[in-house]
Write a protein that binds this ligand. Structure first.
Ligand SMILES: [Zn+2]
Length: 423
């Protein structure tokens, strides 16, 4: 199976002269007006908007025809996302927009100029073309070099103006071949105490989960705590400008940690034969809770959604497919005993099954449930039938079941190996 993987590489426009900045600003204003104009038709059909308004748009707006088309696409996207996330009695207001250039209206190349080798040429209108030098950070530069070598395809460039500075967001695409007929399910659960938990289930022995691993994300919690503290101090002193600046710094540091964890999760998956990663789609969960402000904030604050995208991207690059749990399968993953299927309330970090007596780390139990729901739908053989304790008498409560896992929790990002408790 083939899949397109997309990545965005951000570069900064390096010291543009005044006339180029004026051209960009003028184009941004015109483009913004055009997106709003398209929005005024209140239509989500690109075709319809094109047929009835394209000629008019060409006449009214002094923009390259390719830009007229991307503005139309943008208007449709804005409208769709507004309707999806709509809260009661809210009205659509567009505050800002970035300019999307597709392959027809930009070119990008590397020159021999040592100081600023990367140049982006934009076609703004019929008569106006400008060339801008772009600078990249180290990691971004590696990606863009890969793209120049042909490892990635250039798709669009979004020109973004932030705090008076212009940035170019390059969308790069690569087609990867994903592993067919998976042999191992890698289930990932994400939560607040453990940022991520992984467990593997093999096709040949679906009843026996393997090598549970925990990522507590302690470094992320430390970074967040630290920045919260600094922010409070600054707010007391009324320095709100500085607070904003810190937000970006904090985000970059957290993202760096998420990259490390995602790399470890993909490496974990790769040790098994023909892996496929399975997790819940947190974006969907968030949409479900959009009405509740408190929950919404909680989900928004968790770096789990960002982790989800990062895992997916890195896994796909390694040929590993990421599947989301089907909607009807997402209920009660944390409240169900993975051994006997009994549903109960969980208190604390240990799942205690009143039915079969199993005691287990609560996140790991949820994770195994996620895996089981997929294995059964893939026809990997059913689990053992439920064994109520009072019937068989043979299933003993496992008092120490949680201990081998908990012992290791002190070691932050390093994961802990764990052996199946069902031997
Ligand atoms: Zn049970």
């Amino acid at each position: 199976m083939q899949r397109d993987v997309q990545v965005t590489v951000v570069g900064r426009v390096f010291k543009p002269n005044k006339s180029k900045v004026l051209d960009l600003n003028r184009t941004l204003n015109e483009y913004f007006r055009l997106v709003k104009w398209y929005l005024s038709f209140n239509s989500k059909s690109k075709n319809l908007l094109h047929k009835s308004n394209y000629e008019e748009a060409k006449r009214l707006f002094n923009l390259n025809t390719a830009l007229i088309q991307t503005a139309r696409d943008k208007a449709v996207e804005v409208l769709k996302s507004f309707e999806e996330n709509r809260k009661e009695d809210s009205i659509l207001s567009l505050n800002r927009v970035s300019i999307r250039f597709d392959r027809r209206c930009y070119s990008f190349s590397k020159t021999t100029n040592v100081l600023t080798p990367y140049w982006l040429t934009l076609s703004l209108s019929k008569r106006k073309r400008i060339s801008l030098p772009i600078v990249f950070g180290e990691r971004q530069k590696q990606r863009i070099e890969e793209a120049l070598r042909g490892e990635w395809r250039f798709s669009t460039v979004e020109m973004v103006k932030r705090n008076g500075v212009w940035y170019a967001h390059f969308a790069l695409t690569k087609t990867v071949t994903l592993i067919d007929n998976p042999e191992t399910i890698i289930a990932i659960d994400r939560g607040e105490v453990n940022l991520a938990v992984a467990v593997a289930i093999s096709r040949s022995k679906p009843e026996k989960p393997m090598k549970g691993r925990f990522w507590r994300g302690e470094e992320i919690k430390r970074i967040r705590g630290l920045y919260n503290h600094i922010r409070r101090k600054l707010q007391e002193k009324g320095r709100t400008g500085k607070v904003k600046e810190l937000k970006g710094k904090e985000r970059r540091k957290v993202n760096q940690q998420l990259h490390i964890i995602a790399n470890e999760i993909v490496a974990y998956a790769k040790q098994f034969p023909k892996p496929v990663i399975v997790m819940e789609d947190l974006n969907r969960i968030r949409r479900k809770f959009k009405k509740s402000k408190r929950l919404n904030r909680r989900f928004h604050n968790l770096p789990s959604r960002k982790l989800q995208t990062t895992i997916k991207y890195k896994a796909n690059l390694e040929g590993i497919e990421v599947r989301y749990l089907p909607k009807k399968e997402t209920g009660n993953t944390s409240k169900t005993c993975h051994r006997c299927g009994y549903v109960t309330q969980v208190k604390g970090r240990i799942f205690k099954c009143p039915n079969c007596g199993m005691e287990y780390d609560r996140d790991l139990n949820a994770c195994i449930n996620i895996a089981h729901r997929v294995t059964s739908s893939m026809g990997w053989g059913s689990r053992e039938p439920p064994e109520p304790a009072d019937v068989t008498g043979g299933v003993k409560p496992q008092a120490n079941a949680g201990n081998p896992i908990r012992k290791g929790w002190g070691s932050s990002l390093a994961a802990i190996s764990w052996i199946s408790l069902r031997e």
